[in-house]
Design a protein around this ligand. Structure first.
Ligand SMILES: [Zn+2]
Length: 416
């Protein structure tokens, strides 16, 4: 008979249902915008569950919420968690799974009177999704830098409601949770999340151990030519910004991803002006989303993109301006965290594989101040940010057990 400690799977599944009801959409998804009344309701429910277990609940000025179970030593805590906000038509697992599994870990430790050397804290990061207030991952960014960037003071949602006002309201809605300073030393951070990609499901592997998060750059490419009459202007006289742009794009598609299986290039936004059927386009703006797990390769790819832009626009008599509008370097999680997670998976008899996260998460920012790591569970067809998002109960429970044993393993490692 196995004496391995296990979480209470039924309790976790029930909690996922309970939280999915807060902001439930007709198609089985969740619409719980960051800092909305629904987000506040979810925070209140979690806090009440925490108070019922005698855990301490605190929050900071960024409305990050912390639930603490004391350890044997008064040392910085090991932190586990994720986010409770969702996309406007989001799924019920993205974020909520990580928070509720983290809380289940805390309850399991309490149920079995497991003493950890290190205190364990559950965290709910504010506004990970970035769909109501930009940018995303505000809570973990502010935590990691220890301050709220002044420009966020101006952030408003599409109805003109200010971030500042909603932060104040959200913190005030939980008067039982005292304020603590933003940012504090932590022993480590671990986040359970759905994969949001197809690898684990395809390979029928219940858990993934994330080795890092790939880097992302956004380049705004503005090509300018000359507007002229579509009927009277012969080929030799045209400076067609769209013709130049499509040559550029064709080479991107032929030369970036096909030559490097870890490269990702997407053009998802494009505008043509003046946008008249019978006028040669004078200007085209488009955005390139470029990703890679290796920063050197990302530099090479960006250089390649720039070269292609210059070559193709010059040959058509157009001009190009390239502006980098986002640059997030890739992060590699420390070997120690990966090894402790692998050891925990072995102990549980869970098949696991290493993988790199294609999307960014709060862990990317927390990794700047502490050893961080992530565990992925498969989601159906790799789909997320939609009502169809689905995780099998067995994977939910497996992921939570792995979170539990990794947390225990890491806290032990921390002694001495
Ligand atoms: Zn998420």
């Amino acid at each position: 008979m196995s004496t391995t400690l296990h979480i209470d799977g039924d309790r976790l599944l029930k909690r996922l249902d309970q939280f999915a009801a807060i902001g439930a959409t007709p198609g089985g998804g969740v619409n719980r915008p960051a800092l909305s009344a629904l987000d506040q309701q979810a925070r209140r429910l979690l806090s009440e569950l925490a108070f019922a277990r005698g855990f301490r609940v605190e929050q900071d000025q960024m409305a990050n919420l912390y639930i603490r179970r004391e350890g044997a030593a008064n040392v910085p805590p090991f932190v586990i968690g994720s986010h409770l906000d969702s996309q406007p038509m989001g799924g019920r697992f993205d974020g909520a799974l990580g928070v509720l599994a983290a809380f289940e870990v805390l309850e399991t430790l309490e149920d079995r009177s497991v003493e950890t050397h290190t205190p364990v804290e559950v965290v709910v990061w504010t506004n990970e999704e970035g769909s109501r207030f930009a940018p995303g991952a505000m809570g973990s960014r502010a935590f990691s830098s220890g301050a709220i960037p002044p420009e966020w003071k101006e952030a408003k949602d599409q109805d003109g409601v200010g971030l500042d006002q909603e932060l104040t309201a959200t913190v005030a809605a939980l008067p039982e949770a005292p304020l603590r300073p933003l940012g504090a030393p932590i022993a480590g951070y671990l986040e359970l999340h759905i994969e949001q990609g197809p690898v684990l499901e395809e390979e029928e592997i219940p858990v993934g151990i994330v080795t890092g998060i790939q880097g992302t750059r956004w380049l705004k490419i503005s090509v300018s030519g000359e507007a002229a009459h579509a009927g009277t202007t012969g080929l030799a006289f045209r400076k067609d910004a769209l013709a130049a742009s499509t040559s550029v794009m064709k080479r991107f598609y032929d030369e970036i991803m096909p030559k490097d299986q870890n490269a990702r290039l997407t053009i998802g936004r494009l505008s043509v002006s003046p946008g008249s059927i019978n006028t040669i386009p004078a200007a085209v703006d488009f955005y390139v989303d470029l990703r890679h797990r290796n920063n050197e390769r990302l530099n090479d790819l960006e250089a390649r993109v720039r070269d292609i832009c210059l070559a193709e626009t010059r040959s058509t008599g157009c001009q190009v301006v390239i502006e980098k509008v986002l640059d997030m370097a890739p992060v590699a999680f420390p070997d120690k965290m990966i090894e402790v997670t692998e050891e925990a998976a072995r102990k549980l008899g869970l098949p696991a594989r290493r993988l790199v996260s294609g999307a960014f998460h709060d862990a990317l920012f927390v990794a700047g101040v502490a050893p961080a790591g992530m565990i992925f569970v498969p989601c159906r067809k790799g789909r997320s940010h939609c009502e169809d998002e689905h995780v099998e109960p067995s994977a939910t429970i497996a992921g939570c057990n792995l979170l539990l044993h990794t947390a225990i393993g890491y806290c032990k490692l921390n002694v001495g």
